[in-house]
Design a binder for this molecule. Structure first.
Ligand code: HEC
Ligand code: HEC
Ligand code: HEC
Ligand code: HEC
Ligand code: HEC
Length: 275
């Protein structure tokens, strides 16, 4: 009698899943993984490949979906599943989105939307974080981003698949031509930002020998700021926030570059013994 009771307890979760219905009750992350590993092997592998499984603070099944199946999808689809953690990691990421038209619409309308629906056009008027980065339930978030490398030429074999993915996602709501125009302008803006960073690095390297230790310290700190401003341009482009590109991006880069060149010119004047 006891034995069969045990057997039944052991079989219950399996029986519950046999019909394809999510079991009720609370689960730990290990239990989510254990049960979903066989039914959604690709999804689990995708999550494992993303930063969410590999970089602290980790975002696991429970972080996004909650510990129960009740509303597990609705919960994960909303911006609130992403923002608090990403805000702490890097404010540029969340603020560049928050100042976009998409975010404005989401914020105004999200409480009227039915979040139990899949993230595709027709169900949502504007995209939030998950619409863009976990589109089609793709749990490998790396597939939606490239690495920002201001000092290397863009590697098109890395860029192309990501760009193609975006064309399709943006194209769910915008005309193909509008999407390509946005992409081309965005690429140009990022290239201009990269040119400014490369120019700064080049003058700093060229005059390295004549700079004093204190000049170098000051220039290094200006250059660090400049890289942050370059990232603002990149995220202003990615998150369609003109404010980020313009207020916190290009003009800031121009200012940094002027200051770096000014400091070097000043040092040259000192060396030449001119006032
Ligand atoms: C004992 C097995 C089992 C465990 C444990 C389990 N799930 Fe599921 N889950 C299922 C089944 C069965 C479904 C129904 C859909 C399917 O066939 O995959 C499902 C569906 C889902 C869905 C799709 C939503 C839906 O309503 O169809 C999500 C999201 C999900 N589970 C996340 C989780 C998370 C997060 C955990 C841990 C807190 C978890 N699951 C634990 C078996 C399990
Ligand atoms: C970063 C947040 C995040 C994490 C981490 C995450 N998910 Fe999801 N998951 C989502 C979102 C958002 C959706 C809905 C996508 C959509 O509607 O297109 C989703 C969809 C799903 C679905 C439905 C798949 C489908 O084809 O419709 C399942 C099942 C699921 N997740 C299980 C899991 C499991 C198991 C884990 C742990 C390995 C996990 N998720 C980790 C955000 C997350
Ligand atoms: C508990 C914290 C946490 C939560 C919640 C979270 N993330 Fe992340 N996410 C990270 C960390 C850590 C990284 C890697 C470091 C970084 O990019 O700053 C990351 C990276 C990413 C990346 C870059 C791609 C990659 O895998 O490296 C994207 C895109 C992303 N997250 C989107 C989302 C979305 C969309 C949500 C909500 C559905 C979300 N994240 C929820 C912690 C989190
Ligand atoms: C309209 C689609 C869209 C929305 C909405 C969106 N993103 Fe992005 N996100 C992008 C694009 C495009 C990029 C740049 C990809 C590239 O150029 O490699 C990006 C880049 C990122 C990165 C990489 C940052 C880096 O410096 O490498 C993270 C992390 C991220 N987004 C998280 C989020 C989070 C969190 C939200 C919500 C607060 C969000 N995104 C909303 C499209 C979107
Ligand atoms: C779910 C639908 C949806 C998706 C997906 C979407 N957008 Fe939008 N987008 C909108 C809506 C709605 C507006 C506001 C339109 C308006 O201003 O009348 C908007 C506005 C914009 C604007 C601002 C236009 C302005 O007047 O300032 C840009 C730029 C833009 N989107 C680009 C993109 C890009 C690039 C992507 C993909 C990374 C994308 N969108 C994905 C629905 C979407």
């Amino acid at each position: 009698m006891r034995g069969s009771c045990f057997l039944l307890l052991f079989l219950l979760p399996l029986l519950a899943t046999a019909g394809g219905k999510p079991p009720t009750g609370k689960f730990t992350n290990a239990e989510c993984l254990g049960c979903h590993a066989s039914r959604d092997a690709k999804l689990i592998a995708a999550w494992r490949a993303s930063s969410h499984a590999r970089t602290a603070p980790k975002a696991d099944c429970v972080t996004c979906h909650g510990a129960t199946h009740a509303a597990s999808l609705a919960r994960a689809r909303r911006d609130s599943a992403c923002v608090a953690c990403h805000e702490k990691l890097n404010r540029t990421v969340t603020h560049s989105y928050a100042t976009s038209k998409h975010a404005t619409i989401v914020k105004l309308e999200e409480d009227q939307w039915d979040w139990s629906q899949p993230l595709v056009r027709g169900n949502y008027r504007a995209p939030g974080c998950a619409y863009c980065h976990l589109h089609g339930a793709e749990h490998d978030t790396r597939l939606s981003v490239t690495t920002w490398q201001p000092f290397q030429p863009e590697d098109s074999s890395v860029r192309e698949p990501v760009a193609t993915r975006w064309q399709a996602i943006c194209g769910e709501c915008h005309a193909p031509r509008y999407v390509s125009e946005q992409a081309a302008t965005g690429a140009r803006m990022q290239e201009i930002a990269r040119m400014k960073l490369r120019e700064a690095r080049e003058v700093m390297t060229r005059y390295q020998g004549v700079l004093l230790a204190e000049n170098r310290r000051e220039l290094d700190s200006l250059f660090t700021g400049m890289q942050a401003h370059g990232r603002n341009v990149r995220l202003g482009v990615g998150h369609q926030s003109p404010d980020y590109q313009w207020w916190h991006g290009q003009p800031a880069l121009d200012g940094d570059l002027l200051r770096i060149k000014g400091m070097i010119a000043e040092r040259e004047r000192q060396r030449a013994g001119r006032p």
